[in-house]
Write a protein that binds this ligand. Structure first.
Ligand code: FMN
Length: 209
């Protein structure tokens, strides 16, 4: 299947086959693809929670406006972000660069100083919004990967973030939930699978200048 056929094949799956589980290799592909997602400055402030535990998935349905796909999917992915990025966090990024690329301190210093100052002087609300945007990029990436891998998925904003944070114990980890994505296999009778895609004409979406 080429990538456009795969993107036509995918849809926001409303009804999953609760008896079909993703094999571990598929989950591993999603984990690696997530980790390869591009992030602003490469800071990776997004963590992916991979939830296979049926009890937890069921508990989260009530906090997802009763969207049953959260429980019926093979796994529930939750995209959570760092509640803050401070100097220590930025330092850990540069330690990784040094470790992996053996880049000398004097080469990294101007960029590190710039990043530290930018993040320190950023208004709190703007910083939180900027961090949360990184989760959307990761979900977009995984949606395409799912399509290519023939994994069904439902991108979701429709849940109560504070309740997810509580159930998943995210505050203690310095994290907060932004997005959720049940993944698995569509139920044979999910009527949404047969619906035509509703999209603008390409000419309407694209501006060629
Ligand atoms: C950020 C985002 C949040 C969404 N939240 C939900 C949701 O909570 N529940 C749901 O069933 N679909 C949700 N959707 C799915 C969209 O409704 C769906 O992608 C859109 O209608 C296009 O249909 P298609 O993905 O099936 O082609 C969401 C999609 C995005 C990108």
């Amino acid at each position: 299947m080429n990538v456009l056929d795969a993107l036509e094949w995918r849809y926001a799956t409303k009804k999953f086959d609760a008896d079909k589980k993703l094999p571990v290799e598929k989950i591993d592909t999603l984990k690696s693809a997530f980790n390869l997602t591009a992030t602003s400055f490469g800071l990776q402030p997004v963590r992916l929670l991979v939830i296979g535990n049926q009890k937890i998935k069921e508990e989260l349905v009530q906090h997802s406006f009763n969207q049953q796909q959260v429980a019926d999917a093979s796994h529930l992915l939750v995209f959570a972000v760092e509640t803050d990025i401070d100097e220590k966090y930025i330092q850990s990024y540069f330690d990784r660069v040094k470790d992996i690329r053996q880049t000398p301190d004097e080469v990294l210093k101007p960029f590190r100083d710039y990043l530290e100052t930018s993040v320190k002087t950023m208004e709190t609300g703007i910083k939180k919004e900027w961090i949360a945007k990184q989760a959307y990029i990761a979900m977009g990436n995984l949606l395409t990967v799912c399509a290519v891998e023939q994994i069904d998925a439902c991108p979701m904003e429709g849940f109560v973030n504070a309740e997810y944070d509580r159930v998943l114990g995210l505050e203690a980890k310095g994290l907060t939930s932004v997005l959720a994505m049940p993944v698995g296999y569509r139920a044979q009778d999910d009527m949404f699978a047969g619906f035509k895609k509703v999209r603008k004409q390409v000419e309407e979406s694209i501006l060629e200048i």
